[in-house]
Structures are given as structure tokens and as C-alpha cells.
Ligand binder design. Structure first.
Ligand code: 4NP
Length: 168
């Protein structure tokens, strides 16, 4: 039986997409009664925004779904993340490539795209909303929400006592 799993969401700046994914997944994990079994965090592959709160537009879009991101502060992916987390989930291929380049050869973490956890979404990358209009931030949430639901079903299978649904 697996007692706990760690999930790290990763984008470029850690101020738009990955803090949103972290907040949505925390909300979903809480609803499923699994929050105490999960370590959930987010980070960026870039360093520009270290220490900054999430973008105001991401905060506003999340708050419309009852998710408060105001206390988050951006950080950069660190080597120890590949030990600390079981899943390191990238928002797009550029960040996946950056993570793959960083990953130590002995890392047991699963490094992959996040959106494929949603079934039938038709896209596998969350577009960077930073330089676009407000619709882009709502679109980020629309993509992340079903992927968070798919991910909770996946981790629930791994955390279940008999482990029968483990698919890793
Ligand atoms: P994120 O969005 O990767 O979803 O946090 C971005 C935020 C800032 C920048 C790029 C993407 N930037 O270039 O500063």
C-alpha cells in the first residue's frame, strides 16, 4: 500500500498555469478526501518570477471557482523535486523538455504532460496565457479542471489499499 504520493505541477513562470493546476487539484483532492495522502506543489522552469504571487488574472479566474491562490509564491524547479515528488507534470512540451533535461538519471519520478490525464480533451498542452487576454485565463481553467479529475482517479487507484488499480 502506498501511504502518500507527491504531485508537482510545472510551467514556465509558476505564476499562471501551474499555480492554477495546484489550486484546482487541491480542491479536487479535498473533495475526494485524499488531501492528507497527497503532497501537492507547483514550480516553474524559469527564474524570472521567483517569490512573486500568482498573476492577478490567474488569481481572479481561480477565485471565480472558489480557489484562493493569493498566498502562493513562485519558485523554480529544484533537483530535490525529482526525489520528493512521484509525479512531475508539465503544462506544455517546452517545459516537459526542460524537465527531462534536468532529471537525474536515477530519478523515479514520472515526468510527463498533465493534460493527458483528462480523457477525450483533444489537446495535450495548456497554452501560455501570459501575453493574451482574459479569455486565455478562463481557458486554462477549462483545460485543467478535467485533467485534475482524471489525475485524482489515477492517484486514488494507486493509493487504494489493495493497489489493484495501480497503473503506473
Ligand atoms: P506560466 O506563464 O508559465 O503559466 O506561469 C508565464 C508567466 C510569465 C512568463 C511566461 C509565462 N514570462 O515570460 O515572464
Amino acid at each position: 500500500m502506498i501511504a502518500r504520493l507527491g504531485v508537482l505541477f510545472v510551467c514556465l513562470g509558476n505564476i499562471c498555469r501551474s499555480p492554477t493546476a495546484e489550486g484546482v487539484f487541491r480542491q479536487v483532492a479535498t473533495r475526494h478526501g485524499l488531501i492528507s495522502r497527497l503532497e501537492i506543489d507547483s514550480a516553474g522552469t524559469g527564474a524570472w518570477h521567483i517569490g512573486s504571487p500568482p498573476d492577478r488574472r490567474s488569481q481572479a479566474a481561480a477565485l471565480r471557482r472558489g480557489i484562493d491562490l493569493s498566498r502562493r509564491r513562485a519558485r523554480q524547479v529544484a533537483d530535490q523535486d525529482f526525489v520528493r515528488f512521484d509525479y512531475i507534470l508539465a503544462m506544455d512540451r517546452a517545459n516537459l523538455a526542460a524537465l527531462s533535461a534536468m532529471a537525474p538519471t536515477r530519478s523515479a519520478a514520472r515526468v510527463s504532460l498533465f493534460l493527458p490525464f483528462a480523457r477525450d480533451l483533444g489537446v495535450d498542452e495548456v497554452p501560455d496565457p501570459y501575453d493574451g487576454g482574459p479569455d486565455g485565463f478562463e481557458h486554462v481553467l477549462e483545460l485543467i479542471a478535467p485533467a485534475a479529475e482524471g489525475l485524482i482517479q489515477h492517484v486514488r487507484g494507486r493509493l487504494s489499499s489493495d493497489g489493484a488499480q495501480a497503473t503506473r
